[in-house]
Design a protein around this ligand. Structure first.
Ligand code: SF4
Ligand code: SF4
Length: 232
């Protein structure tokens, strides 16, 4: 899922303070699951933002709403509940959701309330860890299901750097060394031969280095005959 964190309140206040009525819009998908941007969080944020002490003058009026997935243009298009008098939208979605709203609600300003942080998973209740950087050419088959792109601080492809000590990464903060984890996993799987196979230099073009990426699904999107992602 996509993980995001609420921006500091003073940053949001400063972005909304000059509007008269702001629609605070939660998103019902990833950011609901990671407890940062669902309808409940939109209500809570709206209550905090309404506190008069946050403003030198009159605070804007805040109205709360929610869309199941702000990153789906059809769902955003069908959202008919923008109250009259709304002069800005505060989105609690990830960056993809904010941009979809901005496209669909143009020329209404759409303000991000979250910092979108990473593609991750919940390893235990209330804790999410980055797992993938969407590099466009997954090599988890060679690395025991542990991603060296996202989980190694240097995104190394052929084993640990000299900073790996006692199973921990030199970046500190108790961060496990991804390559120590990969080797341990491969040993358990009896697949250490994968570690010995040299990975060639990574082509970062499928990872976004050649421009905005797009996926076209045969029969559903523009064109047909392929359901593979392609760069545009
Ligand atoms: S190798 Fe690439 S696609 Fe696979 S998990 Fe890592 S970043 Fe994601
Ligand atoms: S110590 Fe391990 S995780 Fe950290 S940068 Fe080096 S190889 Fe990557």
């Amino acid at each position: 899922m996509i993980v995001g964190d609420l921006k500091p309140l003073d940053e949001i206040v400063s972005a909304v303070k000059n509007y008269k009525q702001v629609l605070v819009l939660g998103c019902g998908s990833c950011v609901t699951v990671c407890l940062s941007g669902g309808e409940k969080e939109a209500e809570q944020l709206s209550r905090e933002l309404s506190q008069i002490r946050n403003y030198p003058g009159t605070p804007p009026k805040f109205v709360v709403g929610s869309i199941l997935r702000q990153c789906e243009r059809d769902l955003v298009h069908d959202y008919q509940k923008i109250p009259p008098g709304t002069d800005a939208v505060l989105s609690l979605a990830c960056g993809a959701g904010v941009q979809t709203l901005a496209d669909e609600f143009e020329p209404l300003p759409v303000i991000p309330a979250l910092n979108t942080t990473f593609l991750g998973a919940s390893d235990k209740p209330g804790s999410w860890t980055e797992k993938c950087k969407g590099c466009g050419n997954c090599i988890l088959i060679h690395t025991g299901g542990i991603c060296p792109v996202a989980r190694c601080a240097k995104s190394l492809f052929n084993g640990p750097c000299g900073g790996s000590k006692g199973g921990y990464c030199e970046v500190g903060q108790g961060t496990p060394c991804a390559w120590t984890q990969i080797v341990a996993r491969l040993k358990k799987m009896d697949r250490l031969h994968c570690y010995e196979e040299l990975q060639s230099l990574k082509d970062w073009r499928p990872g976004g280095a050649s421009g905005v990426r797009k996926r076209i699904r045969a029969g559903l999107g523009e064109g047909s005959g392929s359901n593979q992602s392609k760069d545009s």
